[in-house]
Design a protein. Structure first.
Length: 385
């Protein structure tokens, strides 16, 4: 009797990811997972108010069966991260299959989709010049993935869905889709609002360009307005209410080109940008003629540009000044650049075959993935990001 291995891909991947996150939380010192598990326990015991991006923390408590102990909350956190990453894999696999699937060699095409979907979990920057400056892979770059911040990892699939559903509205507007977009905005804001900062700036602009000041435009921004109310409420709970853990209040401030711990050398930013997104940048350079009229390209490009602008010009004061909370949106938008570029390249392979340009682009993409795998292994050796 032939065993269908396809049925085991997702559960095996979940178990592997669950084990990897457990290894990180046990052996890697420099990460936010300990803190986030502690935040969840503090909310459970009343030491910390339930405010801001509360969804992930309360899910940690729910899946730890409301235990105030460290080990159950850490296991629960790793379980949730494995679920989110497996779901992100599933979303990627489904979309890649639509590109590479054909009636011929169906089995091989399926495993090809699995390979590329998994690769997107590990794709990473080429750390030039950051590695030569201070031996950093993550800091000083525009990374498409992180392994240490649990709220961002949990946000990833919901940010991807929000991007996808909003893009569908730009292609063919459906008022019923607004309900789904509103639900996704709720999840994005109250898990971690990083991607929503970009979305609220770029999506209305894209709607305006597409539909002008028509009834469709005003219908399209309804979820944005609702999301803005969510964001105002979250802002109020974080910055304007009394914090029992600190007598000093934080605030959102305008601070152009602040040299933060994430980019200590501002002069290196152009070089870091080039090598962090070498694959998407090369894809654009090789295909600029067909991309310049693409709505998807402009949505991705403007989103990434806005993510960088937010980081360069917006920050926090007070106890949260060094948290780097306006950096996380860069990771989501960088990853979307890789995802969309990979889908486009796979389509090009189907249409144009293995020409020199496509093979070169695939080689560069695989280099990004190889560096990501190396970086992941490095975490356990040098215990440093």
């Amino acid at each position: 009797m032939k065993v269908n291995c396809k049925k085991f891909v997702i559960p095996v991947l979940f178990l592997v990811l669950f084990a990897l996150y457990l290894l990180i939380i046990v052996f890697v010192r420099y990460q936010d997972m300990w803190d986030h598990a502690c935040f969840a326990r503090d909310m459970l015991t009343g030491k910390r108010p339930t405010s801001g991006n509360f969804i992930f923390y309360w899910l940690v408590n729910i899946f730890s069966f409301f235990s105030p102990e460290k080990i159950p909350s850490k296991i629960s956190l790793c379980f949730l991260l494995a679920c989110a990453s497996t779901y992100r894999f599933y979303l990627c696999e489904e979309r890649i299959k639509k590109v590479v699937y054909s009636k011929n060699k169906i089995e091989n095409q399926y495993w090809l989709a699995v390979f590329f979907a998994i690769s997107l979990l590990f794709v990473f920057v080429i750390p030039i010049p950051s590695y030569f400056i201070n031996h950093n892979f993550l800091i000083g770059n525009f990374s498409p993935n992180v392994w240490h911040n649990s709220t961002l990892i949990f946000l990833f699939p919901f940010a991807l869905l929000l991007f996808e559903q909003s893009y569908r509205q730009l292609v063919s507007f459906d008022i019923k889709r607004n309900v789904l977009i509103t639900c996704l905005i709720f999840l994005n804001v109250f898990i971690k609002p990083s991607y929503f900062f970009v979305f609220i700036c770029i999506y209305p602009l894209m709607l305006l360009v597409k539909y002008r000041f028509t009834k469709t435009f005003y219908r399209g921004i309804i979820p944005v307005v609702i999301g803005l109310l969510f964001l105002i409420f979250e802002f109020w709970t974080i910055y304007l209410t009394k914090n029992p853990l600190s007598s000093e209040k934080s605030s959102v401030i305008f601070q152009p080109f602040y040299s933060s711990p994430l980019f200590t050398n501002l002069w290196s930013i152009p070089f870091s940008l080039l090598f962090s997104l070498l694959f998407p940048i090369l894809y654009v350079v090789f295909n600029v003629e067909k991309l310049k009229s693409s709505t998807l390209f402009w949505y991705v490009f403007l989103s990434f540009l806005m993510s960088v602008i937010i980081y360069l010009f917006v920050g926090e004061s007070g106890p949260r000044a060094t948290h780097g909370n306006f950096w996380w949106q860069i990771i989501i938008c960088s990853w979307i650049c890789f995802f969309v570029s990979l889908l486009s390249l796979l389509k090009d392979f189907e249409v144009y075959g293995k020409n020199y340009k496509n093979k070169l682009l695939m080689l560069v993409y695989c280099t990004h993935v190889f560096v990501g795998l190396f970086y992941f292994g490095r975490l356990f050796i040098v215990n440093y990001w």
